[in-house]
Design a protein around this ligand. Structure first.
Ligand code: SF4
Ligand code: SF4
Length: 460
């Protein structure tokens, strides 16, 4: 294992470009101990969150097929796009801010790719196949009964873990209750869902069982953006070259060239070559090197969390311009979001003129009356059932306008949408140059609301 890594290609590819499978060694240390309780907590959060319902609503649901979004008690639909835009922008700027200050904290500590790989898949693998040397020897060895038994057990448990992850993952998008119903019914009743669950499980299994660090190194878009989001003030995992070099055998630096930091690295890199895109800041090399430093009675921290400014011996700036810019943008987004939420009416009402003839003339004993046909679209996002009643304002009634609505009041179940027809009948004299703006009233548990419509007739 003590060998220099290639300088002109990824550590996980050979000279032909094929994958070099990694066997990272286990590590113990202060960061590893912290992960022992942080990862299980995050795992429970990721897996359990989509199964929690409060007041009958899923706590977090992104139902793309119905274009509905439930976010901790709030209900959004497609027409709430501006709110969702600010929510997504705010999330993006938050990621930018966290990255500008704490670097790849998300990648190393909280990303599901890291959490599930470390807390479930690598753990199962070490438990069944042994440490990194034993795992490598098993893979390179001939096919024995022991190897078949170990591989069968490992992949069976991997399949089980992938099924659990897939169900929780899909529950965020299709709703946990619907998913449970589909999963418990025979595949013949719902082939599409069955195949989607099967396909997603296969992808999850492939990713966590085999692909692993390749996802972070070559696929993750967040990883690709690091070079533009980090600056010399951001927190990174780095090797202190001034202290470590020249290495043992070449001079009196603290690095004993033991390659322990390389052995434990899940992306197979040598952090002593400086900051690299493949580094997911998992801190394994910090723990590994601290262990070595303790053995040779040197201070810990040859590899540590630090900033490039500090490593270069420069004084850190008090104001990180990038972090300030992200904070400002985040503040603008949160303010806009707060404003929109504060003013949002969770009983959404849209009045449209019905397609076809804009008006009809109706002869009557008192003269010709005009009839306008409208549609009203209602979206109940209040979390309660509603009874919506339509009426005309007293001023409008005085003009002789009549409301004709087959179903009034209109019952609207919790989270339901409805469309209803209504007609406005009025004498021709109401119109001025063929048009007249009037108001009608809508009463619900949310309080009264006034809605404006335009009457049209001949001469409009
Ligand atoms: S673990 Fe520490 S001492 Fe060993 S090679 Fe890495 S940096 Fe040098
Ligand atoms: S270099 Fe260190 S922190 Fe970065 S991925 Fe490798 S072990 Fe983790």
């Amino acid at each position: 294992m003590k060998q220099d890594l290639p300088k002109n290609r990824l550590a996980t590819t050979d000279e032909t470009g094929s994958r070099v499978y990694l066997y990272p060694a286990g590590v113990k240390g202060k960061y590893h101990s912290r992960k022992q309780w942080i990862h299980p907590l995050l795992m429970i959060l990721f897996l359990v969150l989509p199964w929690i319902h409060v007041d009958g609503r899923q706590l977090l649901l992104l139902d793309i097929s119905r274009r509905e979004f439930f976010f901790f008690g709030l209900h959004f639909r497609a027409h709430d796009a501006p709110l969702l835009l600010f929510l997504l922008l705010g999330f993006t700027f938050l990621i930018g801010l966290v990255t500008a200050i704490w670097g790849r904290l998300w990648c190393g500590w909280a990303c599901p790719q890291t959490v599930f790989t470390e807390a479930i898949f690598r753990r199962l693998e070490s438990w069944i196949e042994g440490n990194h040397r034993e795992r490598k020897a098993l893979d390179e060895g001939s096919l024995t009964k022991e190897k078949i038994a170990k591989k069968t057990l490992k992949w069976a448990l991997f399949c089980l873990a992938s099924l659990v992850i897939t169900h929780s993952f899909l529950a965020y998008f299709v709703g946990s209750r619907d998913l449970l119903k589909m999963s418990l019914s025979p595949p013949t009743e719902n082939w599409t869902s069955f195949l989607v669950i099967l396909g997603t499980t296969a992808v999850v299994l492939f990713d966590f069982g085999w692909f692993r660090e390749q996802f972070c190194v070559i696929m993750c878009p967040y990883g690709r953006f690091q070079s533009v989001m980090l600056d010399s003030q951001s927190l990174v995992v780095a090797y202190d070259t001034k202290r470590g070099e020249p290495r043992r055998g070449q001079g009196g630096g603290d690095c004993v060239d033991c390659y322990r930091c390389v052995q434990v690295c899940p992306t197979g890199i040598d952090i002593r070559r400086g900051l690299q895109m493949e580094c997911v800041a998992c801190t394994a090399c910090i723990d590994a090197c601290d262990e070595v430093m303790a053995k040779i009675k040197k201070p810990s921290g040859l590899i540590r969390y630090t900033t490039l400014t500090e490593l270069a011996g420069r004084k850190p700036k008090h104001l990180n311009t990038r972090a300030l810019a992200y904070s400002l943008l985040l503040f603008v987004c949160l303010s806009a979001l707060g404003f929109l939420l504060w003013n949002k009416n969770f009983l959404d009402v849209t009045v449209l003129r019905a397609a076809g003839t804009p008006y009809e003339l109706i002869p009557s004993p008192s003269g010709t009356l005009i009839l306008n046909h409208f549609l009203v679209d209602l979206s109940n996002q209040t979390g309660k059932s509603e009874m919506v009643e339509f009426s005309l304002s007293p001023e409008t009634q005085k003009l002789g306008v009549e409301l004709v609505m087959p179903r009034n009041p209109l019952p609207l179940a919790e989270d339901a949408t409805a469309r209803a027809d209504f007609f406005l009948r009025f004498p021709q004299g109401v119109l001025r140059q063929g048009v007249k703006k009037i108001f009608f009233l809508l009463r619900s548990k949310q309080g009264p609301r006034e809605l404006e419509v335009t009457l049209v007739g001949p001469g409009a």
